[in-house]
Design a protein around this ligand. Structure first.
Ligand code: GDP
Length: 423
């Protein structure tokens, strides 16, 4: 499953190397509520708007691009790890880099830790934006210490994590932040083929009262042009018009460029893959086929699509399909978390490991379920309950939740799952 990689990875693997060209990075902003994600995204957007460029049609597009010395960066405009992981659960991992916003006066909070774990589970590198540095109560060293405690040691302390002090509110440090993003992602040598048939991911779909179905599309391979015929699952269309994030009409969108597209027959869902087909007629025919297949599949009684249970994981471990048992662990208090983690980490063998993607104190939430769904993990709770939304999402996503009140029972079950002895 995971071996497959992202659409970016697949596109690189299947294209002739000489066809690949550098492409801009796609960046997501994560962090605790109120630490300044939205303000930072606004500041970055504004830093790059030159005078009268702001004349375009007002419209909503959920991603934007900024440019520095001819080098572009794409920002997804839906901040937070919930959105990030929800996309990932749908198989849409488009982010190359996570900017973790930490308010320097507040320090690392529960959702900061969650965000770190979500980025790590996705194998997405983290760059820290130390925000609210204008505040007299800012304590940058305290934050750096807290980061070091989570194995995110900043460069100036001998680690490899870039940390840029900023004030999103006062527009300070924004240029340095953009520069750091470019330095970091240039090392990653991000590439794509701009001359193949277009393929990419739907970032968001919207029904516009005047324009009908619209969608923010992120092009990942090829170059999208007005007039191209597209297929998105069971939805067909032809690109009638394309707008950039300023609302300006554009005729072409190369890899990593987000555009608002008009001309689809219906509103697609975030995370859907779109691809170019020969003609609108072919798109329509393929869309009808897909709709028919979906209808037939719905008529059949099925279990949830991506069902992940301990038993299921075991059979996959046995078959050699997976080498890890991924867990999301929630406990009532930190005091019970530690002995659980210590015991679990001792389990497993060289080729069959237990990996704790996230551990947190408190009830099981929707964000835990989405993380588990995106990473084929089991959610294990100790002396905690499950909130209503989480329960609903778990059954939709087919994520198993196991609740325990006795530590050794919990550890024993994980051990049994690894050994294939779970009843
Ligand atoms: P989000 O929940 O992470 O998106 O946070 P917001 O961007 O909504 O910011 C939360 C609050 O912090 C708002 O009142 C912002 O004005 C304020 N804020 C954001 N950045 C800064 C900053 O750099 N300095 C100060 N002093 N306040 C900031």
């Amino acid at each position: 499953l995971e071996v497959e990689g992202t659409l970016w990875d697949k596109l690189i693997r299947h294209e002739p190397p000489e066809s690949l060209r550098p492409r801009p990075p796609v960046v997501t902003v994560l962090g605790h509520v109120d630490h300044g994600k939205t303000t930072l995204l606004d500041a970055i957007r504004q830093a790059n708007v030159v005078g009268d460029e702001y004349g375009g049609i007002t419209q909503h597009i959920s991603a934007y691009q900024v440019e520095r010395d001819g080098r572009k960066i794409t920002f997804l405009d839906t901040p937070g790890h919930e959105a990030f992981t929800a996309m990932r659960a749908r198989g849409a991992q488009v982010t190359d880099l996570a900017v973790l916003v930490v308010a320097a006066d507040d320090g690392l909070m529960p959702q900061t830790r969650e965000a770190i774990d979500h980025a790590r589970a996705a194998d997405v590198p983290i760059l820290v934006a130390l925000n609210k540095m204008d505040k007299p109560t800012a304590q940058p060293d305290r934050v750096k210490q807290q980061l070091a405690d989570l194995n995110l040691t900043v460069e100036e302390w001998g680690g490899d994590v870039i940390c840029v002090p900023v004030s999103a509110l006062q527009n300070q440090g924004i240029e340095e932040l953009l520069e750091s993003i470019l330095v970091l992602t240039e090392m990653a040598e991000l590439r794509s083929n701009p001359d193949r048939p277009v393929v990419g991911t739907v970032i968001e779909g919207q029904l516009d009262r005047q324009r009908g179905p619209t969608a923010t599309l992120l092009v990942q391979g090829g170059t999208l042009r007005v007039g191209d015929a597209l297929l998105v699952g069971a939805i067909s269309g032809r690109v009638r018009a394309m707008l950039d994030h300023r609302g300006e009409p554009v005729s072409e969108a190369p890899p990593a460029m987000p555009v608002l597209v008009m001309g689809l027959s219906e509103v697609p869902k975030a995370g859907d893959i779109f691809r170019q087909v020969e003609s609108e007629r072919e798109a329509r025919a393929l869309a009808e086929d897909a709709a028919e297949r979906q209808r037939l599949a719905l008529d059949r009684p099925t279990s949830a699509p991506g069902i992940v249970s301990l038993e299921d994981i075991f059979s996959r471990l046995q078959a050699g399909e997976v080498q890890e048992l991924n867990l999301v662990l929630k406990a009532d208090v930190q005091g019970s978390m530690e002995p659980i983690v210590n015991s679990i980490e001792r389990l497993g063998s060289e080729d069959q490991e237990v990996r704790i993607l996230h551990q947190g104190v408190g009830r099981i939430t929707e964000s835990d379920i989405m993380l588990a769904s995106a990473s084929n993990a089991i959610v294990v709770g100790f002396h905690v309950d499950v909130d209503e939304a989480a329960r609903r999402t778990a059954s939709q996503e087919g994520v198993e939740i196991r609740l325990y009140n006795i530590i050794y029972k919990l550890v024993e079950d994980v051990d049994k799952a690894l050994r294939g002895m779970l009843e």
